[in-house]
Write a protein that binds this ligand. Structure first.
Ligand code: AHR
Length: 621
């Protein structure tokens, strides 16, 4: 087979081409990227009615020593449920408390990751008519190993009204399956609300777990689409993500039940934090908002204007002047500078629904009137026929088999060059080809992405979906990054994305494959600059989707002779022994890219493509 690269045919790749799509699915945020350790910190997850289900909180001590219930006495108006603890035992007298006291504990999201030497800020609110003597502790899952503890002692008059308590716990040992306990051996009644435990050490102190954040930073995403997906829509509108409920002091956020992915979120990771995440990653935020349509109910276009206003307010919150109504709320949260919000998506996967077109136009007109520079993304697919409504981009989602996605390398070859550009905001191989993140899936995705790169005159943005999965709550399979309380790894699909991290903003070169098996080899070529090290490279990427090894003759035209240097050129390959090989907690690096020197690099070189492989050749100029 031959690969001809023509350097004289050059075209700019959009600076935003490759990014990420963060959805609150699979506990990606709550219990994942967001570092809060306590699950259901306001006792609201069972709903606003009492008695409420306080899961996953549990009690320490039997019925003779303690009664735990909920009432609606909280000082926080938008989340009134509080925990009431009637302690019946005491340190003396006829009903002596068990050793260690009685109380409640929270196991977090399938165990808290507590690390020796690290500090954890615990904040909660209490009220009592009696004096209190509490222990706040991080312990092992059975409570027997004490990892860190602090005392909270207060007189009745100190805590007769709701009182904020803050304490810093430094862990004396490591335990990946820990819990937070609030215990006492003093008789009386104590109410608790809004109990939070956060590691002090989060990315830039912004609340993002370092390891999760780093995995994202490592693929240099140029945009962050958030917060969903179906999460934005809800099964029912009453459970959709509504940004105003997720901002302001965390204690005052009501939280909500995401009824598509079926779990409660305290919304510590709210609209502000998503914007902050994008900024911290050096990416552009792409906000997907609800357009008055869920999976099962819809707001009629004639009465959708409150939703339109909500979207306008959200844009003002993100980028309005600190003196504006919503810009001032953002400023009060510690970010007086506007966030760089340039793109919004009107809904998610709603195109075919009855009210979509009508609602869409209301949003489109209002937003373009107030914010003419904002770019708007429609849910309707414009890849095969023109849209019947104005849009700057159209959303394109594809979940399919490996063969199908690989063959979609050509999907955008014949798309009209005149209409709005494509935002491939969700793509992945799913079904049996995917396992729980197979090499096969990753190779097909690599082939598809090479096609997007070659068609980046009509495809402006692309992101894999979903991004994260907590191994204990796999609502969607497969996903790019798998984690539990303490460990995480990338699936081969994650690693494929690393091959494209220099593509956004690079120069696309003409690359033509000549082969007898055109159905199994695809390639692209780019020129990119490593500005940090002041080096220039040609990067040729090739997927060999077939089961035979291929001898490839590469010729680069249009360069001065001998302008490619052998020393400093490299080859990076993603492959494995079996097509269905995956990474796992036991073998996180089984299918990861491996780099080696490419000593024979030159304008003409012979290379071997291993069966079932994705290879990138970085030729130093
Ligand atoms: O990525 C998972 C889901 O797939 C998204 O929520 C939705 O947009 C799509 O159906």
């Amino acid at each position: 087979a031959k690969l001809l690269v023509d350097v004289s045919h050059a075209q700019s790749i959009p600076p935003t081409l490759f990014g990420i799509f963060f959805e609150e699915i699979n506990h990606a945020g709550a219990g994942g990227l967001w570092a809060e350790l306590v699950s259901n910190r306001g006792f609201e997850a069972g709903g606003q009615n009492t008695p409420s289900n306080i899961d996953p909180w549990s009690t320490i001590g039997g019925e003779s020593s303690l009664i735990v219930s909920t009432d609606r006495s909280s000082c926080f108006d938008r989340n009134k449920v509080a925990l009431r603890m009637d302690v019946l035992c005491d340190s003396q007298g006829s009903n002596i408390c068990p050793a260690g006291g009685v109380g409640v504990y929270n196991p977090g999201f399938w165990g808290m990751d507590i690390i020796e030497g690290k500090s954890y800020k615990v904040v909660f609110y209490i009220r009592s008519l009696d004096s209190v003597d509490l222990s706040v502790s991080l312990t092992s899952s059975n409570g027997l190993q004490m990892l860190a503890t602090a005392k909270v002692v207060a007189s009745a008059s100190d805590v007769s009204n709701w009182t904020r308590v803050e304490t810093l716990l430094e862990a004396k040992a490591t335990n990946h399956n820990a819990r937070l306990q609030l215990t006492t051996s003093r008789k009386g009644v104590i109410w608790f609300d809004q109990v939070s435990a956060m590691p002090l050490d989060t990315n830039k102190g912004h609340g993002f777990r370092n390891e999760h954040f780093q995995m994202l930073a490592d693929i240099k995403p140029r945009f962050v689409r958030f917060p969903g997906g179906c999460f934005v829509e809800g099964e029912w509108l009453r459970n959709a993500f509504r940004w105003k409920e997720t901002i302001g002091p965390w204690e005052e956020r009501p939280g909500h039940f995401g009824d598509v992915w079926m779990y409660w979120t305290d919304d510590g990771l709210g609209y502000f934090e998503f914007l902050q995440l994008a900024e911290d990653l050096g990416s552009l935020p792409i906000w997907v908002f609800n357009n008055g349509i869920s999976h099962n109910d819809q707001v009629d276009t004639s009465v959708v204007s409150p939703f339109v206003q909500e979207a306008l307010d959200g844009i003002e919150f993100a980028r309005g002047d600190p003196s504006s109504k919503w810009g001032s709320v953002r400023a009060a949260m510690g970010h007086p500078e506007p966030f760089d919000l340039r793109y919004v998506a009107i809904g998610n996967e709603d195109c075919g629904k009855k009210n979509y077109r009508g609602n869409y136009l209301k949003f489109y007109d209002a937003i373009t009137r107030v914010y003419p520079d904002i770019k708007i993304i429609s849910n309707c697919d414009g890849s095969s026929r023109p849209l019947d409504h104005p849009a700057h981009f159209y959303d394109f989602h594809i979940y399919t088999s490996a063969n199908d996605l690989f063959s979609m390398n050509h999907k955008f070859d014949h798309t009209s060059r005149n209409g709005p550009k494509a935002f491939v905001s969700e793509y992945a191989v799913t079904g049996k080809d995917a396992g729980t993140g197979s090499l096969l899936a990753a190779l097909a995705e690599a082939g598809f992405l090479l096609g997007l790169e070659k068609n980046s005159d009509v495809v402006s943005m692309a992101s894999y979906a979903p991004l994260f999965v907590h191994a204990n709550d796999r609502r969607w399979n497969p996903d790019a990054i798998v984690f539990n309380s303490s460990h995480l790894y990338g699936t081969p699909s994650y690693w494929v994305q690393q091959f494209f991290r220099e593509s956004s903003g690079a120069t696309l070169l003409n690359a033509t494959i000549q082969t007898d098996s055109p159905a199994s080899i695809v390639a692209s070529a780019i020129a990119w600059e490593d500005s940090k090290n002041e080096k220039s490279y040609l990067r040729i990427k090739v997927v060999n989707f077939g089961s035979n090894s291929v001898q490839l003759k590469v010729s680069v035209d249009g360069l001065e002779p001998n302008s490619i240097k052998g020393s400093g050129s490299t080859k990076t390959q993603l492959t494995s022994t079996n097509l269905m090989d995956e990474n796992s907690f036991q073998e996180p690096n089984k299918v990861v890219p491996k780099q080696s020197p490419l000593d024979n690099a030159g304008e003409n070189m012979d290379v071997v493509l291993t069966p079932h492989s994705f290879t990138s050749f970085d030729l130093l100029r």
